[in-house]
Structures are given as C-alpha cells and as structure tokens.
Write a protein of this length. Structure first.
Length: 121
C-alpha cells in the first residue's frame, strides 16, 4: 500500500491517504466538479466520535487548508485536529460494500459496529 502524505508547517503528518483513497476522492471530485475534501469529527454514536468527510469547492478560512500533491485540497477542521493527527485514510471494497476506513493512532476504543471511536483526552 502506498501512502500520500500531507504535512503542516512543522512537517509532521496531519492526514495521510493511501493511493486507493486518493484516487477515489479524485474520481468523485472530478465527476462532481468539486475541488476539495473537508475532514472533521463530530460527537455521535456509542463511542463518542465519528469521522465526517465532506466534498467541497470552497476553502473555509477557519480550517487548516493545504493542497495535496496539486490534485485537490484538504481542509481539516481545526477543532478536530487533535483527533485527526496521524490518521491514514484508506478506501476498501468488501463484496458490494465500499467505504473509507480510518487508521487512527490516537484512537483508544471503537464501538462494535465501527461507526464511532474514542480518543483519550
């Protein structure tokens, strides 16, 4: 699996995409005439937090926004940054199901269905 990294000014990874995930994002953006992906977390589910991916066209000035290898831009919700630092986003196909998956080094727990996760404060 190859990984495409995105770095902030201190050169530490914020969010990484596998090549498969990057291609899936690019395909959707191209088909829908959009240019970016916003990544955040919200409070929900049995474990407390859930990932949110929104395809967007405009940058949000309150987000950390950077270009990803000139392919598309990512906007990371600054309030979610501590939960997302170091996350690897992949895109997996299992039978007829297709979904983005998240490998999060900050995660300390997950609900049984995998829809929400926990991070120690």
């Amino acid at each position: 699996m190859s990984i495409v990294e995105k770095h902030v000014a201190d050169n530490s990874p914020v969010v990484q995409f596998t090549e498969v995930a990057r291609k899936r994002v690019l395909s959707y953006l191209s088909a829908n005439n959009l240019s970016g992906l916003r990544i955040s977390v919200k409070k929900t589910g049995c474990s407390g937090l859930s990932y949110v991916l929104d395809y967007i066209d405009e940058r949000n000035s309150s987000d950390l926004t950077e270009e990803l290898q000139d392919d598309f831009f990512i906007s990371v919700d600054k309030k979610s940054l501590s939960f997302l630092k170091g996350v690897i986003i992949d895109y997996e196909k299992q039978g007829i199901n297709h979904k983005f998956t998240f490998k999060n080094p900050n995660q300390t727990g997950q609900c049984g269905c995998g829809e929400s996760f926990t991070v120690e404060s």
